[in-house]
Write a protein that binds this ligand. Structure first.
Ligand code: ATP
Ligand code: MG
Length: 724
């Protein structure tokens, strides 16, 4: 069986047994801030297992894209040497949401492995949790496994839990003996060496773990569930009877292509082979991360991607590559996947360009870095030292972005050491400085939270009434926090001592009301400005933001009168037309621009950031090259055309997100959408999920002028434009 057939056989097998095939969720989990990347099939079903949401079907089957490069599951260091670990891999999984349990799960796993995939029953083992007699008995009864091939393991290995609290239970894994021709091997030795290979993990969610003490209480779940995961790469290797995952059709074409480009062959030199495996693995991860909208950057997910790319380039350098090569290998990933992932083809052109730009930049950085390290080494040599100062290495790392590993390698080649302790000290010092800076911002927020906590009404999100009107009367103050700005620090750092309840004349502060017409900054649209008035006073609203609880924070300067507790007046709110109307024009124009770019440059173009203000609009998107004059003209032409058509903008509140996305709405990547979403449609041209403010008719936008087009990061372009 080819890998694509194994992938299909898994879905078919479970579909025939009442499981709903569900598409893989993206590598970036939606609405889960606790997780950087999807690392298992169950991630998209978490809410069904905890009971936070009701599953729409009792059984599901998936082939889930997974990445294990951070957090609890980090296999990065294994990749290269290990024949069975990857950063990116596909996890086959079947799920029961309170439907079937252990007997069926074991039966399904056993049947599929032996009957469909044709694995020899005599070569299979099952591990069970040491106290799970039930599972041990089932393996015996259903699979006919003899006791010596049912291995009992401890809590660390075979007891799974979602977190400190929540669903948990024993698990049971299917292992394959890869060398049954050799004399028997002990469990510890066999699993350690990889001769006994875990291919499939069955998790029996049986208990609910409550918080508390060193011995948390486990209560049996009324409806236990099943979550399983089998790595497609491992199953493919076992079914094909090859030694390593890299010998399967999922990897061979990529390895062969990389080797050919480097003028070598895979399997000739052990060190080169390791580098080729790293390249093949990281290229797959890169292709899928880019396809799911992650862009190389210096923090968060983008940084993980950048590190994977750079690690692959460094291994390429060991093979003698001096020019970008990963971008040239990219098409091989899609080919090896036999077209199972439409997103790869759809994003290929953009991804190729991003990878090329990243490679070029990194190769140039390395060239500069080598020269700088060389100079540092010469200098140290003259001073009679054999070590590079930590402070100096940190500067190269911090200023030029040279990976510390690379610096070490270059130094080592010259038989030089790096003063690691000194480097650590310099590194810690910088971390401390950045922590102090965020501390002040955090304190301001905490103080606001504290003031708001006193008012029970302030616990709900502020009611927004400003989509259709710019003023409203009788806004009730829920909290008014005065901030006395220290002139010396220009307001950059505010301590709680400088904050008070109530805002006196001439002072600045934050207002929270029960309702508002002021739009709080979000989705790229800047916060509204304007004025609030009350009998005997008025205040200027200089900015508007929102906190995590959805409360709108109005930043005000009191011009006349004062807002003092406990008797706050009712306020009349006025958003400035000069601010809001041009902002709305620019926002709708941004949607037109986005749609036009996708028409001219292809569907692979993705929004990578946007800013909508009264003065102008700024739109960042993924694309690898500067736009030609002709492309720019076509983009502007399309926007103009839709402005001149004067189409009414259609806004729909409270739509089901799935339905909206199915209707073609462009969802912003990584954005969390609730149960209900709002869509902004320019019929016939653009449909986006968006909570922002828009014109009623595209004709209001008036002239659209593209002011500039340039690159802001590798693979990311920026357009600035004005309207009206
Ligand atoms: P191992 O101990 O071999 O690292 P694991 O216990 O981390 O495996 P699980 O978390 O139970 O694995 O994941 C379920 C299945 O996913 C495994 O049985 C294996 O087939 C596959 N798998 C896990 N991690 C990887 C990886 N890094 N690369 C490829 N496949 C993997
Ligand atoms: Mg693991």
């Amino acid at each position: 069986m080819r890998s694509s057939e194994i992938r299909q056989s898994f879905v078919d097998y479970f579909r025939e047994r009442g499981h709903r095939p569900v598409a893989s969720s993206p590598l970036v989990p939606h609405g889960d801030a606790t997780l950087l990347f999807t690392n298992a099939g169950m991630v998209q079903f978490k809410d069904y297992f905890t009971g936070a949401a009701r599953p729409p079907f009792p059984r599901a089957v998936t082939v889930q894209k997974c990445l294990r490069v951070s957090g609890k599951h980090n296999d990065l260091e294994n990749v290269g040497p290990s024949p069975r670990h990857h950063t990116f891999f596909e996890m086959l999984g079947n799920f029961s949401f309170g439907d079937y349990f252990k007997p069926e799960a074991i039966e399904f796993g056993w049947q599929l492995a032996t009957k469909v995939w044709g694995l020899a029953p005599a070569h299979l083992f099952a591990s069970v949790y040491e106290q799970d007699d039930e599972a041990a008995a089932l393996w015996r009864k259903i699979a006919g496994l003899p006791p010596e091939r049912i291995v009992r393991c401890g809590e660390k290995e075979n007891f799974w839990s979602m977190g400190e609290t929540g669903p948990c239970g024993p698990c049971s894994e299917i292992y394959v003996d890869r060398r049954p021709d050799l004399p028997q091997v002990g469990w510890a030795e066999g699993t350690e060496s990889g001769r006994l290979l875990e291919i499939w993990n069955l998790v029996f969610m049986q208990f609910e773990r409550a918080a508390g003490g060193p011995h948390p209480i486990l209560t049996p779940l009324p409806k236990p569930s099943i979550d399983t995961g089998a790595g497609l790469e491992r199953v493919s290797a076992v079914v094909a009877g090859v030694e390593s995952n890299y010998d399967t059709d999922l990897f061979r074409p990529i390895l062969a292509g990389a080797a050919a480009l480097a003028g070598t062959t895979y399997g000739r030199d052990a060190e080169h082979d390791t580098s080729l495996r790293v390249i093949a693995d990281h290229l797959r991860a890169t292709a899928f991360l880019l396809a799911d909208g992650v862009i190389p950057s210096n923090d968060g997910r983008g940084y993980v991607l950048r590190r994977l790319l750079r690690r692959a380039v460094r291994h390429g350098m060991r093979l003698g590559f001096e020019e970008p090569f990963l971008c040239r290998l990219l098409p091989l990933v899609d080919e090896a996947m036999a077209g199972a992932y439409a997103e790869l083809a759809a994003t290929r052109a953009a991804s190729e360009a991003t990878i090329r730009a990243e490679e070029e930049k990194f190769l140039a950085t390395v060239a500069i870095g080598s020269r700088m390290v060389q100079e540092a080494i010469e200098e140290a040599k003259r001073a009679g030292r054999r070590e590079l100062a930590g402070e100096q290495v940190f500067r190269l790392y911090d200023t030029y972005g040279l990976p510390i590993q690379l610096l070490r390698e270059i130094a080592e080649e010259e038989k030089f050491a790096v003063d690691e302790a000194g480097f650590e000290r310099a590194f810690a010092g910088q971390r401390e400085r950045s922590r102090a800076a965020t501390g002040a911002a955090l304190r301001t927020k905490q103080f606001a939270d504290l003031a708001l906590a006193k008012n029970p009404e302030a616990q709900t999100p502020t009611r927004f009434e400003g989509y259709k009107k710019l003023s409203v009367n009788e806004g009730k103050i829920l909290a008014a926090i005065g901030i006395a700005v220290d002139e010396k620090t220009a307001g950059e750092q505010i301590s709680s001592a400088e904050m008070s309840e109530g805002i006196p004349t001439g002072a600045s502060g934050v207002l929270v009301l029960d309702k508002t017409v002021f739009y709080a900054e979000s989705g790229g649209q800047v916060g509204d400005k304007g004025e609030v008035r009350w009998p005997g006073g008025r205040a200027k609203v200089v900015d508007t933001t929102k906190d995590n609880a959805g409360r709108v924070l109005h930043f005000v300067e009191v011009l006349d009168g004062a807002l003092q507790p406990p008797h706050y007046p009712l306020l009349d709110l006025f958003v400035s037309e000069d601010h809001r109307l041009p902002t709305q024009r620019n926002h709708t124009a941004t949607h037109l621009l986005h749609a036009a770019l996708r028409q001219v440059l292809g569907e692979g173009v993705r929004q990578a950031g946007s800013l909508v203000s009264p003065e102008h609009l700024r739109f960042d998107f993924t694309y690898g090259k500067p736009l030609t004059d002709a492309q720019q003209e076509r983009v502007v032409g399309l926007v103009d055309e839709w402005v001149l058509k004067a189409v009414p903008v259609r806004i729909t509140e409270d739509r089901d997100p799935k339905e909206a996305i199915a209707a073609g709405a462009m969802a912003l990547f990584g954005e969390k959408y609730g149960d209900k979403v709002r869509t902004v449609e320019i019929p016939g041209f653009s449909l986006e999920l968006c909570g922002g403010c828009h014109v009623e008719n595209t004709g209001e936008i008036g002239p659209f002028v593209l002011r500039s087009e340039r690159g802001v990061a590798s693979g990311v372009r920026r357009i600035e434009a004005v309207t009206g």
